[in-house]
Ligand binder design. Structure first.
Ligand code: BJW
Length: 231
């Protein structure tokens, strides 16, 4: 049991004060998905999309990692094997808790992307549609996040890690967005022990051999303690 892949979603950051997407009162309660999470929405109204992400960037900068982020950093530091975090989250709370081996498959709020030349750089706290790319000068600046219809980041590293995983753990994700929603089934077919840690059963709960339901700040530290006790 020495290769662990951890998939995280918005639920792990909920107790740090960052909203989830699909829960009641979540991030999409006021802004429609197709307006703020698609390239077409950005083309239609870049000012609206920048406002949405500027607000989330400001919130994320104020948020603190919680006990679940801290427990995963402890697992990476103390587990005598490989621990890879594949996060769908665009905040940097895993890194601020001390995790080093993190792939942001849906991008990062802290980065900007020029959709004219592909240049990436550290995002300012506030971005505007008229901002110019520091390399090509085009006013084509967008948040470096992955919207519906775009290819997630890190697939060349995630796929082999899933193929070699002994344990696959999914934390705080509703299991409604692909390709991440298929990872549990894929890992299980390849022989990994699959575990769900979530507030409630996700859409793909049948793909998990083991499940613990409750707030991430309870279920994640408890699971990490059990993993470290076994070593
Ligand atoms: C707690 C908690 C607490 C709360 N403690 N838990 C038809 C079939 C199959 C696929 C498709 C299809 N039609 C289209 C597709 C593909 C599409 C897709 O999946 N669509 C679905 C709607 C069906 N996917 C894509 O387009 C992706 N790209 C793609 O597939 O490219 C093709 C390709 C793939 C691979 C190789 C080559 C090519 C891209 C998807 C991009 C998603 N982007 C977003 C926005 C990112 C930027 C941003 O942050 O704004 O990513 S959408 C949004 O959803 C965000 C999240 O990362 C993602 C997942 O959400 P998450 O994290 O699960 O949050 P919630 O709110 O849904 O759930 C929270 C959970 O936490 C709940 O379960 C709560 O119970 C729990 N919880 N409090 C523990 N305290």
């Amino acid at each position: 049991m020495n290769k662990i892949v951890v998939l995280t979603g918005a639920g792990i950051s909920a107790q740090s004060g960052l909203g989830t997407f699909r829960d009641a009162g979540g991030l999409w309660a006021e802004d429609a998905i197709e307006d703020v999470a698609t390239p077409e929405g950005f083309t239609r109204d870049p000012a609206l999309v920048h406002r949405f992400y500027n607000a989330r960037r400001a919130q994320a900068a104020q948020a603190q990692p919680n006990a679940a982020h801290a427990a995963l950093a402890q697992l990476e530091a103390e587990y005598p094997g490989d621990v890879l975090i594949v996060t769908q989250n665009v905040d940097n709370l895993h890194e601020r808790a001390g995790s080093r081996n993190v792939i942001h498959m849906h991008g990062e709020l802290a980065k900007a992307l020029c959709h004219a030349c592909g240049h990436r750089w550290g995002a300012p706290l506030v971005m505007h549609p008229t901002d110019a790319c520091p390399v090509c000068q085009a006013p084509a600046v967008r948040p470096d996040v992955v919207w519906f219809g775009e290819v997630p980041y890190g697939m060349d590293m995630i796929d082999p890690a899933l193929s070699n995983a002994d344990v696959f753990v999914s934390i705080g994700t509703s299991g409604q967005v692909y390709p991440a929603a298929a990872y549990a089934q894929h890992s299980r077919r390849l022989g990994a022990h699959t575990i769900e840690l979530n507030l409630e059963p996700s859409a793909n709960s049948r793909d998990f051999a083991e499940a613990h339901y409750g707030p991430a700040t309870d279920v994640v530290p408890n699971w990490v303690a059990r993993m470290l006790d076994c070593t």
